[in-house]
Design a protein around this ligand. Structure first.
Ligand SMILES: Nc1ncnc2c1ncn2[C@@H]1O[C@H](COP(=O)(O)OP(=O)(O)O)[C@@H](O)[C@H]1O
Ligand SMILES: [Mg+2]
Length: 371
C-alpha cells in the first residue's frame, strides 16, 4: 500500500521521482507557479495517482479544467446540466454538539460575509437574527439537541424572512439594514448551487472521487460553495475521530485527499489569507489528525496564509516564474532565483519534500511514448 505518487523525472539523477506523503510530516502539498506553468496538469497527475491507490479524492475546480482519470465530474450549477448542490446551512450534529448552534451560525455569517462582501455590524446582527429565525422555523434551536437532525432551512428561506422583515418591520433594525442584508443574501439564495434537490454529502463525494466543477457559478457562490464543501469534509472526518497513532499504513493515515486548484479564490476571498478561522488554514493545521491530505495550487506563495507555510508542506514550484515571485520563493526552498525564472517548458519544476530526499529538479512533461 504505501502511497506512492509518481511526479515525473529527476533531471539530475535521471530517475523517476516518487512523492510518498506517508513519509512526510503531513500530507500537504502547495503547488505554485505562473499561469500556464503546468500547475493544473500537475494536479491531474497527482490526483490520478492517489485515486489509483484507492484513496478517495475530492477536487474543487473553479476553472473547469481539472478533469482527471479516476475522478467523477459533477457540475454544480443551474440549468438542465446542473447535477448537484450544497446547502451552507446544513448541520452536522456532532459538529453542533461540539461548538453549539450559535457559533455555527457565526461561522455561516463569516462565510457569507467573505462571499458577498463586507457586512456592517448592524447588517451582521440582522442577518444573524434572520439565520437563527430560519432554523427556528424549521424547529431547530440551540437548546434542543434532538432538533439538530431535522432538515435545515435554505438560504432562500432566509431571503424570504428578510423580505418579510422589510414589509413588516423588525424591531431594532432600520429598513435600509434589512434591505442591504436581503440584497446580499438574495445573490446567494438565487444561485442554483444552493437550491439543487440533489445535495452533496461527504460519503458520496468520497465514494465517487468527485471533481466539483464550480466554474459556471458567480464568484460569491463559488466561495460559499467551496467553503461549505471543505467544512463538511472537515466536520465529517473530525466526527470520526483521530487517526490511530502510530498508523500502520497509509490507508489508515489518509482517509481522503482534498485538492483545490486556484486556491486564491478561497484564501483571498475578501480578506486575509492568514485568518485562523479560515477553513483552508484549519484544514492545513488540523486536517492531518483526521486523515485529511490537502493539495493546493495557486500562482504565488502569498496566496497561502502563514499557518499553511509554517507546517512546512511539500512544495512543488513550477519554473518560468516571474522575477518578483522567484526572488521571494527561491530562498524558502533553497535555490537561486535564476533557476526559477529560467524559461522552461510547462511541467518543469522544483520539488521540495522529505520523501524525495530534499530538493529535486523535476520534469513532469511526459514524452509522447510514455503518456
Ligand atoms: N506536464 C506537462 N506535459 C505536457 N504539457 C504540459 C504539462 N504541463 C502543462 N502542459 C501544457 O501547458 C498548458 C498549461 O498548463 P496548465 O497546467 O493549465 O497551467 P496552469 O494551471 O499553471 O495555468 C497545458 O494546457 C498543456 O498544454
Ligand atoms: Mg490552472
Amino acid at each position: 500500500m504505501p502511497l506512492e505518487v509518481s511526479m515525473g523525472f529527476d533531471v539530475q539523477a535521471e530517475e523517476p521521482v516518487i512523492w510518498r506523503p506517508g513519509r512526510e510530516n503531513n500530507g500537504i502539498m502547495l503547488v505554485t507557479g505562473a499561469s500556464g506553468s503546468g500547475k493544473t496538469e500537475a494536479l491531474k497527475t497527482i490526483i490520478a495517482s492517489i485515486a489509483r491507490h484507492g484513496i478517495p479524492v475530492i477536487a474543487v475546480d473553479f476553472h473547469g479544467d481539472l478533469a482527471a482519470p479516476g475522478l467523477t465530474d459533477v457540475l454544480v450549477s443551474g440549468g438542465v446540466y446542473g447535477q448537484a448542490g450544497v446547502n451552507p446551512l446544513s448541520l452536522e450534529p456532532a459538529g453542533i454538539a461540539r461548538v453549539g448552534l450559535c457559533s455555527k451560525i457565526d461561522r455561516e455569517l463569516a462565510r457569507i460575509n467573505r462571499a458577498v462582501g463586507r457586512l456592517g455590524y448592524k447588517q451582521k446582527a440582522c442577518l444573524s437574527l434572520a439565520l437563527t429565525h430560519a432554523y427556528w422555523m424549521r424547529g431547530i434551536t440551540a437548546e434542543d439537541r434532538s432538533s439538530w437532525a431535522l432538515a435545515p432551512p435554505t438560504l432562500g428561506e432566509v431571503s424570504e424572512l428578510l423580505l418579510a422583515g422589510i414589509r413588516e418591520g423588525v424591531e431594532g433594525f432600520q429598513r435600509n439594514t434589512l434591505e442591504a442584508c436581503h440584497q446580499k443574501v438574495r445573490v446567494l439564495a438565487e444561485s442554483p448551487a444552493f437550491n439543487h434537490p440533489n445535495g452533496l454529502n461527504v460519503e458520496v463525494m468520497k465514494a465517487n472521487n468527485m471533481r466539483l466543477d464550480f466554474s459556471t457559478l458567480s464568484r460569491p457562490a463559488q466561495v460559499l460553495a467551496a467553503e461549505t464543501v471543505l467544512e463538511m469534509v472537515y466536520e465529517a472526518e473530525r466526527a470520526r475521530g483521530s487517526i490511530p497513532v502510530p498508523c500502520s499504513s497509509d490507508a489508515e493515515r489518509f482517509r481522503l485527499f482534498l485538492v483545490v486548484d486556484e486556491a486564491k479564490i478561497l484564501t483571498l476571498g475578501r480578506g486575509d489569507a492568514s485568518r485562523a478561522d479560515h477553513i483552508v488554514n484549519i484544514l492545513a493545521t488540523e486536517g492531518r489528525k483526521f486523515g485529511i491530505g490537502l493539495i493546493l495550487a495557486s500562482q504565488v506563495a502569498d496566496h497561502f496564509g502563514d499557518d499553511v507555510h509554517a507546517i512546512r508542506p511539500t512544495r512543488l514550484v513550477m519554473k518560468n516564474m516571474g522575477q518578483r515571485e522567484a526572488k521571494r520563493v527561491a530562498p524558502t526552498i533553497g535555490v537561486p532565483a535564476s533557476l526559477l525564472e529560467a524559461e522552461a517548458e510547462p511541467g518543469s519544476a522544483m520539488l521540495r519534500s522529505n520523501s524525495v530526499g530534499g530538493l529535486v529538479e523535476l520534469e513532469m512533461r511526459m514524452e509522447a511514448g510514455e503518456a
